[in-house]
Design a protein around this ligand. Sequence first.
Ligand code: MRU
Length: 307
Amino acid sequence: MATVEWVGDGVRLIDQTRLPEQETYVLCTTAEEVAGAIRRMVVRGAPAIGAAAAYGMALAALQGRRSAGAAAIREARPTARDLFWAVELVEQAGDPLEEAHRIARDSVEACRRMGREGAALLPDGARIVTICNTGALAAVDYGTALGVVRAAHEQGKRPFVYVMETRPRAQGARLTTWELRKLGIEHRLIVDSAAGLLLRRGMADVAISGADRVCANGDVVNKIGTYPLALLAREHGVPFYAVAPTSTIDAGCPDGDQVAIEERAPGEVTTFAPSGTEAWNPAFDVTPASLVTALVTERGVLHGALA
Ligand code: MRU
């Protein structure tokens, strides 16, 4: 399985909207097709979005449509910093395709390093609660927060994972369970609202998430539900770790309240509601830096404000 892969005439993406039932792939041969795949969440997760955006920009440059391609990709989703970071890097590169390859390669290396850095924070047999999907599907390979769990597993530390289902798109229920099963890591699925009882009963030692954007003051913007998870972790004396590459740090953004939070279609939420019910569907929330025990990056583990 490859999440984001250059195949000569375009970028091939595993279709995450069809997992776990079907393992199918989508080939994008223009920046607009890449933008559409990002918007529909065929490809999702900040580092995977960044790599797909980089290849989309390379396609636009090869087709002599740099600025139209950049505009389409920038409009795809607003919150993940990696998307804008990758577009800028490829826009300025002398060899756009080589730059996109470099971004993809470096991303895998960063994930492996974060895995090693983060695994050192986990005790043997750690019981970990996590939200969304932050594994190989959310990156080019290996993953961010789930990469930490994977590294601990590879080191023989026997991690156990409580997977929050992650309403409304069910990235935890559909994707994280799929990855953990393949990796042979023990896990249980919980509904998002079970996290409170889980932590109150002392059933988890660590809470861990990825990040879509980290602000200069250390605020972490991530999947909706991360903030309540971090609050619960603090209340129950459990460390909350965010895991993200330094490309996700937005030094120009003072705090989480300045970040554009994506609002998605109400239909993602109203599945069980009477027809005509209105819904508010923010896809991300802001976890204040004060609730983040540490930020794990490929350059080391950071505590406190980043500015
Ligand atoms: O809406 P998604 O599925 O793209 O959201 C993904 C997350 O919230 C992840 O935690 C985040 O991108 C960082 S880890 C890959």
